[in-house]
Design a binder for this molecule. Sequence first.
Ligand code: NAD
Length: 256
Amino acid sequence: MGKLDGKVALVTGAGSGIGRASALRMAAEGAAVMCADIDAAGAGETAAAVKETGANAATDMALDVTDGAGVEAALGRTVEELGGLDILFNNAGVGGAEHGWDRTIAVNLQGVYHGLVHGAPFLAARGGGAIINTASIAGLVGLTGPAPVDPAEVSATTGAYVASKHGVNGLTKQYAIIYARSGVRVNAIAPGYIETPMTAPVREFEEVRQGMANLHPMGRFGQPEEIAAAAVFLASDDASFITGIVLPVDGGYTAR
Ligand SMILES: NC(=O)c1ccc[n+]([C@@H]2O[C@H](COP(=O)([O-])OP(=O)(O)OC[C@H]3O[C@@H](n4cnc5c(N)ncnc54)[C@H](O)[C@@H]3O)[C@@H](O)[C@H]2O)c1
């Protein structure tokens, strides 16, 4: 018996990294999964990978989480195509200086806001559900590595990312409280550095990679499957009395 038998999940940012690993794990635990991503091809590859495992039903769609109406439509489309909606994983995000302040806030914070503002009442009206937001250790503390940041650039680089993820944690707690009696649990996961395409640039040079790994007391990067496991737990009925938490999955990064 799977932890998510009979449930339906919508995963954003499902075309890569943590979202892909989570779609696969959720399906393995018995959920039917809508794989949504701005990268339609990536979303399609994830849905195909789920179907290949034979674990459960999966489908895919192009979705830009900065488009609120698009997020709202994705909820309805998931019900139409997969027969329900119990789990919303607001996972899509961007990292890196090239995105700047506006895009980083639009995707990481406003994208999650769109998931909450449309998803929470939608799930409440259906009798309840679980929302999980991907935050970060950068939603709990400021970032220190890998290279010194030019103070003149901080708002557009790590500042934007840190602000967006602190915002996600705040929204998570506020929505958890407001929806606590509507059967909708809202939680966040705060990953440490995870081996996904997002961190490929900092893993490119061995010295930098090792320095980043050493920021975690466990001395390594995490794997996307380790975040997927936490997402499955928070989505499952095992977490029935858990709402409003930010769960670090970070090899001890924030314990220091
Ligand atoms: N990798 C890490 O070290 C790490 C650490 C902490 C938090 N996170 C967070 O985890 C989440 C997933 O990141 P990842 O590491 O899997 O990165 P990734 O780059 O592998 O995957 C991110 C996915 O989000 C999609 N995406 C980007 N903008 C989007 C938009 N506007 N609408 C819909 N989809 C969009 C991308 O196309 C991509 O498929 C992000 O929120 C990220 O901030 C990652």
